[in-house]
Write a protein that binds this ligand. Structure first.
Ligand code: ADP
Ligand code: MG
Length: 491
């Protein structure tokens, strides 16, 4: 319950963050669009005004004559349309000779101010009419077109006509005002929609969090139900359930482990107590006492062995053992370990043989690799009846080194094959030899293989025999370098 409550503010935070990012994103988008619209609108209006001025420029030539430095407008005053056109042409109008003497200027143009002599010179040299925006004294913007005008007598004058852009600017301004007053409302709408959408998107997450909070160490068998949407969240749930699976497994292992340990230690303790009790009641001679004490000591030794092995294994599995990472020749190791087991094999009446390819190198820890080989061999010797054969092979491909330990022993029934690597696990068997193992040997083998990136393959059939194959990644780079180095020394 408390866990579920603790999760709530976080989900809220995520929702708020999602909403905020929608709002910021769309806010910026709307702003950008507004500015883009404005630019486009302004550009189009300006272009339009320029086109109109172009037409008017041509029209001026149709109506204007200049005689003796005096402009004369030719049109029919009775024609309303013509009168109107000429009036419009003369509204913002300037005519000068090339020396800068004004021949005609409209009041509106006067308001704008006549161009400076430098500007005029510029225009005259360019030849082509130029266009530019100028502001009147009142701040009203005008688009002006200024250029050379040639009359019928081929004399050149300077002509400038213009158009107020006031209306265009108003239009842009109005558009902007309307658009940007709508933006906050839009953004608010987006915020609300975003908030609702984020809530919808996150609600299954809250449900999952709720389900997860009900899983504890005591009911690890619970799983979060999949929603069946096949989406990222379902994927997450699957992963989470997988994690709980693994947790459950290790919990069970730990529980089993404690049971095994207490069982393993209780037996010798009961035995010691029994022996000592019997001795106390029945023993009379020092020899009888001595015998009882010796048996008790043997049991103590066995307990000590269990505890030591357990400690080592725990240290190994929790990464407290530092491992060397040197180049090790597996064949060389196997050769020496096989030699150590020869006598034991002979005593049991077993034929122990080995086939070793030279220079099968891996990267790893020599001591641990020796332990791996000797654990596999001791099992083979222990679980193969007299007359059997133990065949040890080491071979290499370009990528890997394989160690094979095959025996013709009693074999391991299929149902136990996955369990024998667990701590203390021993295949249940009534008539097994009295010299009991600890059931820890293969746990070490599994750990050593794991830290060397090796895989273990087990093939076994009851009554036929058992074959363990451990495959290591081969360490070749240095092997070649090493052989080259030795070549050089020989040469
Ligand atoms: N070569 C083998 N042939 C038959 N059974 C084997 C062989 N190696 C291992 N086992 C089975 O796997 C069990 C676990 O092995 P291990 O961990 O080495 O424990 P231990 O040898 O102490 O019993 C053994 O008790 C035995 O039943
Ligand atoms: Mg063993």
């Amino acid at each position: 319950m408390s866990a579920a409550r603790a999760l709530k503010p976080r989900a809220l935070g995520l929702r708020l963050r999602l909403t905020l990012s929608y709002v910021i994103f769309f806010g910026l988008l709307l702003l950008g669009l507004g500015l883009l619209f404005r630019e486009t609108l302004q550009f189009t209006l300006h272009q339009n005004a320029a086109d109109v001025l172009d037409e008017e420029w041509a029209a001026v030539k149709g109506y204007l004559r200049i005689e003796r430095n005096r402009p004369i407008w030719f049109f029919d005053p009775a024609d309303q349309e013509e009168t109107f056109i000429v009036q419009r042409l003369r509204r913002v109008f300037l005519l000068m000779d090339k020396k800068g003497t004004v021949l005609e200027i409209s009041p509106e143009y006067n308001d704008l101010g006549v161009e400076s002599v430098a500007e005029l010179r510029d225009i005259v040299t360019k030849g082509r009419p130029i266009e530019r925006v100028r502001k009147s004294r009142k701040g009203e913007p005008y688009l002006l077109r200024t250029g050379l005008y040639t009359d019928i007598g081929r004399r050149e004058f300077i002509l400038s006509i213009g158009r107020s852009l006031e209306r265009d600017e108003m239009l842009v301004h109005q558009f902007m005002q309307q658009y940007f007053s709508a933006v906050p409302i839009l953004v608010l709408g987006i915020g609300v929609a975003g908030w609702l959408m984020a809530g919808r998107a996150l609600s299954p997450l809250n449900a999952v969090a709720h389900a997860a909070s009900s899983i504890t160490g005591h009911n690890l068998s619970l799983r979060i139900p999949l929603r069946g949407a096949g989406d990222e969240l379902d994927h997450l749930i699957e992963r989470f359930n997988g994690m709980v699976d693994r947790l459950e497994q290790s919990f069970t292992q730990v529980r089993q482990f404690s049971i095994d340990v207490s069982h393993e230690l209780r037996t010798p303790i009961t035995a010691i107590r029994g022996e000592l009790e019997v001795a106390l009641i029945t023993a009379q001679t020092p020899n009888q006492y001595r015998e009882a004490i010796m048996t008790a000591m043997e049991d103590c030794d066995r307990m000590g062995k269990v505890v030591r092995a357990l400690l080592q294994l725990s240290q190994a599995e929790t990464g407290q053992v530092t491992l060397a990472r040197e180049q090790v020749d597996v064949s060389a190791i196997v050769e020496s370990v096989v030699e150590q087991f020869q006598i034991a094999a002979e005593v049991e009446g077993l034929h122990l043989k080995s086939t070793l390819e030279p220079a099968c190198c891996v990267r790893g820890d020599r001591v641990q690799l020796e332990r791996l080989v000797s654990n596999l061999l001791s099992n083979a010797v222990k679980y193969t009846p007299g007359g059997g054969t133990i065949d040890v092979r080491v071979s290499a491909t370009t990528e890997s080194v394989a160690l094979i330990v095959a025996d013709t022993g009693r074999g391991i029934p299929l149902e136990f094959q996955s369990k024998i690597f667990e701590r203390f696990y021993r295949v249940p068997d009534d008539n097994r030899d009295p010299e009991k193992g600890l059931g820890l040997g293969l746990s070490f083998v599994a750990w050593i293989a794991k830290v060397h990136d090796a895989t273990i393959d087990l093939k076994s059939a009851p009554g036929v025999g058992t074959t363990f194959t451990v495959t290591f990644p081969r360490d070749r780079g240095d092997a070649e370098a090493a052989s080259q180095a030795s070549d050089r020394i020989v040469a």
